[in-house]
Design a protein around this ligand. Structure first.
Ligand SMILES: [Zn+2]
Ligand SMILES: [Zn+2]
Length: 143
């Protein structure tokens, strides 16, 4: 199943005129298979054995290319490293407070929150982000 997703992603890169290098392909493959919303550093650590010439900067550069064509989204958390998410369809996140893992879940988009916020504040709303925090099943069993 992930092979199909990788092929779709590769097709989108090609359509956007992005050259597919072996490293770029590996970063993409890792992102698609990782369900943890990795940081650039996570990706670097996972792939450095395979690509000794790769640097964290290369990983960032690839992620930036993917983000620009809308293949991945970047989740920023203040000073902490950004995490990257391949699944760009609308979804929400639940975050483990023990290990930092981020898991996707789907829920009907809370569009009414946006219109309410517009009415109350007079802002033009562009999007919203909702995150739920707790302890993941793995961390629960460790305690
Ligand atoms: Zn956890
Ligand atoms: Zn996600």
């Amino acid at each position: 199943m992930s092979d199909v997703r990788i092929q779709e992603a590769v097709d989108r890169l090609k359509e956007s005129g992005v050259r597919i290098t072996p490293q770029r392909h590996a970063v993409l493959e890792f992102l698609i298979n990782a369900e943890i919303h990795p940081t650039a550093d996570d990706i670097y650590k996972a792939l450095e054995g395979k690509f000794p010439n790769m640097s964290v900067a290369t990983v960032y550069n690839n992620l930036r290319v993917f983000r620009e064509i809308g293949l991945v989204s970047e989740l920023t958390y203040g000073d902490a490293s950004s995490r990257f998410d391949y699944n760009t369809s609308k979804h929400y996140h639940i975050i483990c407070e023990s290990c930092g893992k981020i898991v996707d879940f789907h829920y009907p988009s809370l569009d009414e929150v946006e219109s309410l916020a517009e009415q109350v504040t007079g802002f033009d709303v562009s999007h919203h982000r909702m995150e739920i925090y707790g302890t993941c099943p793995e961390c629960k069993t460790k305690n």
